[in-house]
Design a protein around this ligand. Structure first.
Ligand code: GDP
Length: 690
C-alpha cells in the first residue's frame, strides 16, 4: 500500500521528459552529513550494493539524484543514467566508476558543482525512494582546496534541504552530536524537527549506554526520531547482497545489548528503510494536492496554446509525411501535365536552331562569295556541295545524345525546383534522395532513348524530302530566327557603344580599319616586291606609319573588334533576310539559294522525330515511374523512427508535435493524479467512518 511514492516517481519521470525546468517538485530525501560520517555506507546498505565513489580526494562533487525503483517479480538488478547513452548497467562496479568519472570531471579548483547527476536503480530488493546524496560537510580543508570550499558545500546543501524535502541527517555515534554540521543545518531550516530523520552511524564504536542516550536525544528532539545503524559490512562476508550482510551483523549486535531493545529506541537498517518509505509516502501525500494544482495549471496552459495556435488540429509524423509526399506527387503531376510534347519540342528546336545558326555562320556568312549566291547558276556545284555539307553537319552532330541529354537536364532542373519548395526545403537529405532516384530513372533510360533517336533520324542523313508546306513553315521560322538574331546583334552593338562611348568607339574602329587597310596594302606591296624588289627604306616608312598612330587601351580595342564583327554580322543578316524574303526563296526547288530555310526544315524534321521518341522512351517512363519510386523509396522504406525524425526536421511541425505531446503527457499525468487523489479521499473517508 506504499504506492503513492511509486506512482509519483513514475509521474515525475514523465514530467521530466517534457519539462526540464522543474516546476513540478516532488519531495525527495536529502542525505547530508560530514565527511566520513558514514553517508555512503548508509546509502549502500539501503541499495544493497557498493556503487558510490570512494576515495580520500573529495569524490562527491556533485549532487547525485538517486531514484530507487522497486521491481517486484523481476530478478534483474541494474542502474541507468538517464542523461547518458549507456542503457542498463548491471555491474555496480561500472556504476561506481561512471559516478567517479562524472564527479572528477568537476575541476579541482571549483571542487563542487550544483549540476546534479541523475541515476536510477531498478531492483526487486529495494524500496521505491527518491534520494539525493550531497557532498559531505568539511571542517577543515586541505592545502590544495580553495578556502571558499566549506561555504560552497554549505550553500549547495542549503539549496536542497528546503521543504518539501525530507532531511536525512547522518552523524557518527563516536562524534559529539552537538558538533554535527548535518544537525546544525537541519535545525536552521526545520527548527521543530518535523521533516528531519537523524541517522546515527557507527553504533558499534560506542558503549551501549552512551549509544542509547544518543538515540533518545533530548537536546534536539526530532518528531521522526533517531535511528542507530551499523553500516560497515564485515569485509569477509561480501556475498552479493550487502543489505543482508549488514542486517545480519546489526541483528547480532543490537540483540546482544538489552538497552537497544527498549521501547522508544530505534535501531537497524531495516527500521531505517521502513521509516524512509513511510515518511516519504506521507510527504508525497501532503504534496499531492500541490502537484495536482501545478499539473492542472500546466495542462490548461498547454490546452489553451493548442487551441489558439493549432485550433485543436492534431498532427502525426505519419500524416505529415503522407501530406508532404502527396504535395510532391501533386506538384509533379502538374509539372508532368504541363511538360508535354510542345514544351519538349520547343526546347529541342531551340537547341537545333542555335546549331543551325552556327553552321550558317561558318559555311555561308563568313564566305565572301555569299553576296554572289542569288546570282549563282542553278547547278553551280560550289553551292550545291556547300548545302549538302551543311545539312550533314546538322544531321550528323550527335542529335540523339544531345537532344536526350537536353531533355534530361531540363527534367532534372525541374525536379530541383520542385524539391526546393516548402516543405521539402526543410528536408535536405530527402530532397537529395529524390534527386538521386530521379537521376537513376533517367540515366537508366538515357542510352536506349538516345540510340532510338539516332536510329530514327538516320534517313535524314542521306536525304531530306521537302514538301511545299514544309518549306513555307521553315521559311517563316527562319525569317523570325534571323530577325531575332539581327535584333540581338543590334542590341549588343548598342551596349558596346554605351560602354565605350560613341566617339571613342568610332575612332577606335576607324583605327582598326585603317590598320587593316595598311596591312592589306603592305601585303600587296610585298607581293609586288617579290616581282620587283623595293627599297628597304620605303618598307620602313610603312611600318612607322602604322605604329605612330594614337594608342588605345587593349580593352577598348577588344570592344572595337567586337563592334566591327557585330556590324559585319548585322549587314550580312540584313542581306540574307532580304534574300529569304525575295521571290527566289518562295519555293523549295530553290533550296540552294536559301540554305538557312532549308536547314531549318531539316532541323524541324529532326526535332519532330527526336521528340516523338524522347516522349515515349524517356518522358512517359519517367512520369510513370517517379510517383512509384516516391512510394518505394520514401513512404515504404521509412520506419517509425525515421518518420519521426523526418517530421521534426520541419521546425513548425516540431513545435506542433512538441506541444501536442506535452498536452498528451500532462493529460496522462493528470489522469494518474486524479486516481491517486480519489484513492486518498476514499481512505480518509474510511478512516473517518471507523
Ligand atoms: P562518508 O564519507 O560519509 O560517505 O562515509 P563512508 O560511508 O565512506 O564511511 C567512512 C568510514 O567509516 C569508512 O571507512 C567506513 O568503513 C566507516 N564506517 C561507516 N559506517 C560504519 C559503521 O557503522 N561502523 C564502523 N565501525 N565503521 C563505519
Amino acid at each position: 500500500f506504499m504506492m503513492l511514492t511509486k506512482k509519483l516517481i513514475e509521474i515525475r519521470s514523465i514530467l521530466l521528459s517534457i519539462d526540464h525546468n522543474d516546476t513540478l517538485k516532488l519531495p525527495s530525501i536529502v542525505v547530508i552529513g560530514s565527511q566520513s560520517s558514514g553517508k555512503s555506507s548508509v546509502l549502500e546498505a539501503i541499495v544493497g550494493h557498493e556503487f558510490l565513489p570512494k576515495g580520500s580526494n573529495m569524490v562527491t562533487r556533485r549532487p547525485i539524484e538517486l531514484t530507487l525503483i522497486h521491481t517486484p517479480g523481476s530478478d534483474e538488478e541494474y542502474g541507468e543514467f538517464p542523461s547518458l547513452p549507456f542503457g542498463k548497467i548491471h555491474d555496480f562496479k561500472q556504476i561506481q566508476k561512471t559516478l567517479t568519472d562524472l564527479n572528477l570531471a568537476v575541476p579541482e579548483d571549483q571542487c563542487v558543482s550544483d549540476k546534479p547527476i541523475e541515476l536510477k536503480i531498478y531492483s526487486p530488493n529495494i524500496p521505491d525512494l527518491q534520494l539525493i546524496d550531497l557532498p559531505g560537510y568539511i571542517q577543515i580543508h586541505n592545502a590544495n582546496q580553495p578556502a571558499s570550499l566549506k561555504s560552497k558545500i554549505e550553500d549547495l546543501c542549503e539549496k536542497y534541504i528546503k521543504p518539501p524535502n525530507i532531511i536525512l541527517a547522518v552523524c557518527a555515534a563516536d562524534v559529539d552530536l552537538a558538533n554535527s554540521p548535518a544537525l546544525n543545518a537541519s535545525r536552521r531550516v526545520d527548527p521543530r524537527g518535523r521533516r528531519t530523520i537523524g541517522v546515527v552511524t557507527k553504533m558499534d564504536l560506542v558503549e551501549p549506554e552512551l549509544g542509547a542516550k544518543i538515540l533518545r536525544n533530548r537536546d534536539y528532539p526530532l518528531q521522526l526520531g533517531y535511528i542507530g545503524v551499523i553500516c560497515k559490512a564485515p569485509s569477509n562476508t561480501a556475498d552479493g547482497n550487502l543489505t543482508k550482510t549488514v542486517v545480519r551483523n546489526e541483528d547480532n549486535f543490537f540483540k546482544g545489548h538489552y538497552v537497544y531493545n527498549q521501547r522508544g529506541i530505534n535501531v537497524g537498517t531495516v527500521t531505517l528503510r521502513r521509516t524512509l518509505m513511510s515518511v516519504l509516502e506521507q510527504s508525497m501525500g501532503r504534496s499531492l494536492s500541490g502537484i495536482v494544482d501545478a499539473v492542472q495549471k500546466e495542462l490548461e496552459e498547454a490546452r489553451y496554446q493548442f487551441k489558439v495556435q493549432y485550433n485543436d488540429r492534431r498532427v502525426s509524423p505519419e500524416s505529415y509525411l503522407a501530406e508532404t509526399v502527396d504535395a510532391l506527387k501533386h506538384r509533379f503531376k502538374d509539372f508532368a501535365g504541363q511538360f508535354g510534347k510542345p514544351q519538349v519540342r520547343h526546347e529541342v528546336r531551340q537547341m537545333l536552331e542555335q546549331r543551325l545558326l552556327d553552321i550558317c555562320a561558318e559555311m555561308y556568312w563568313s564566305d565572301r562569295k555569299v553576296s554572289d549566291l542569288p546570282k549563282a547558276l542553278y547547278d553551280d556545284i560550289y553551292w550545291l556541295y556547300k548545302l549538302d555539307l551543311s545539312a550533314s553537319a546538322l544531321t550528323k552532330s550527335g542529335v540523339g545524345r544531345s537532344t536526350t541529354q537536353l531533355v534530361l537536364d531540363v527534367l532534372l532542373n525541374n525536379m530541383d525546383i520542385l524539391t526546393s519548395m516548402e516543405p521539402l526545403n526543410y528536408h535536405p537529405s530527402t530532397k537529395e534522395a529524390i534527386i538521386d532516384f530521379s537521376n537513376e530513372i533517367l540515366r537508366h533510360k538515357f542510352l536506349t532513348t538516345s540510340d532510338q533517336v539516332e536510329n530514327t533520324i538516320k534517313p535524314y542523313k542521306y536525304e531530306v524530302e521537302v514538301t511545299e508546306a514544309d518549306w513555307a513553315d521553315g521559311l517563316k521560322r527562319t525569317i523570325t530566327l534571323l530577325e531575332r538574331e539581327l535584333a540581338m546583334c543590334d542590341k549588343m552593338s548598342e551596349q558596346i557603344k554605351q560602354q565605350v562611348g560613341k566617339k571613342k568607339l568610332r575612332s577606335a574602329i576607324k583605327y582598326l580599319l585603317d590598320l587593316e587597310k595598311e596591312e592589306q596594302r603592305k601585303a600587296e606591296r610585298i607581293s609586288e616586291v617579290d616581282a620587283e624588289p623595293l627599297e628597304s627604306e620605303e618598307a620602313n616608312d610603312l611600318d612607322l606609319n602604322v605604329v605612330s598612330r594614337q594608342s588605345y587601351p587593349p580593352k577598348v580595342l577588344e570592344k572595337a573588334q567586337e563592334a566591327l564583327f557585330l556590324r559585319d554580322r548585322s549587314t550580312i543578316l540584313k542581306y540574307r533576310l532580304a534574300a529569304l524574303k525575295s521571290r527566289q526563296c518562295k519555293t523549295a526547288d530553290n533550296k540552294q539559294y536559301c540554305p538557312e530555310a532549308f536547314l531549318n526544315v531539316v532541323a524541324e524534321k529532326l526535332t519532330y522525330t527526336a521528340v516523338m521518341f524522347i516522349q515515349v522512351e524517356l518522358l512517359n517512363e519517367f512520369f510513370f515511374q517517379f510517383p512509384r519510386e516516391v512510394d518505394n523509396k520514401l513512404v515504404y522504406q521509412f520506419d517509425r523512427q525515421q518518420i519521426n525524425k523526418f517530421a521534426r526536421e520541419n521546425p513548425s511541425v516540431q513545435r506542433h508535435l512538441d506541444l501536442q505531446e506535452r498536452k498528451a503527457k500532462l493529460e496522462e499525468v493528470m489522469e494518474k493524479l486524479n486516481y491517486l487523489v480519489r484513492r486518498q479521499q476514499d481512505r480518509q473517508e474510511r478512516a473517518g467512518v471507523h
